[in-house]
Design a protein around this ligand. Sequence first.
Ligand code: NAX
Length: 328
Amino acid sequence: MNAPIRVAVTGAAGNIGYALLFRLASGGCYGPDQPIRLQLVEIPPGMKALEGVVMELLDGAFPLLHAIDIYDNPTDGFAGANQAFLVGARPRSAGMERADLIKANGPIFVGQGKALNDVAADDIRALVVGNPANTNALIALANAPDLPKDRIHAMTRLDENRAKAQLAVRAGVTPGDVTNMGIWGNHSSTMYPDFVHAKINGKPATEVITDHGWLRGDFIKTVATRGGAIIAARGASSAASAASAAIDHMASWWHGTAAGDWASMSVYSDGSHYGIPAGIVHSVPVTVKDQAISVVQGLAHDDFAKAKLKATADDLLSERVAIEDLLG
Ligand code: NAX
């Protein structure tokens, strides 16, 4: 058994938090030999509900869960954290434009970036889930100048999982048969699920699914609009699937990616890959070894893919303009 690691989770009393914490406690992310200490962070109005969540976590009697502490601010909550899930943010309410959401949530990630910089453990690795996730991660990074730029990611794994599921259903296989499913760009409707390089049982997805009109059309549209479809059906936004994707992202970062496969992670762009502009947090396919991230090299993009990549990078650049004042 390893020594326990400290795992911070913000928005711990929210919907995603409720699904995420029990997976973490049962060993679903770090494995059966890795105990954890949870450091749960909420805003003051969320603390009472959080106390109830803590009671339930205790009642799970999880052998790997060595301690649970709760905090109403990130400066205390991130102290010594090795891993952080930044889930807490204000959700988009009816009639709220994406630009309003960016302005409402941006300042949260100034404070959280500073706290990660100042009080987290040296090996801190953090995943931003709260939307707009990519731009929030950029704000956190800009406010954590002592951290290497690859230590704060945004989550596009839910988009990857959605894309894998759609390909699996269409091809009549199981999701585990679909590999190399890269998501490019922003966690928004502009993201590009790269079916050209995806594989189904080791074969190009474009050979297994010969209806390329579907791949370019309804496949991309279904993945891009899945969040809204779930809200329309469930009356609430994706929670358990988002929590599961967050576990997948951090598990890939912790354990590494499988040989020959990759994972989609939104990482800081230094401008050196695929013409992606520098200074945005952009999803790319990556491999992970010993917790170090490498962008997959040498993937060719046709004109259709190039146009998609440009649109999603432009989306991220316009989000950056809206929060430029928070980048220090
Ligand atoms: P909920 O509203 O259920 O929970 C959010 C929780 O965060 C609340 O308990 C709230 O009190 C807390 N919170 C707010 N500000 C905080 C702060 N500054 N510090 C700590 N806690 C804070 O939302 P939920 O459904 O859990 O969604 C959380 C976030 O995930 C939202 O921003 C949502 O848009 C985003 N999502 C991101 C996804 C992705 O793929 N990147 C997909 C799912 C989800 O839409």
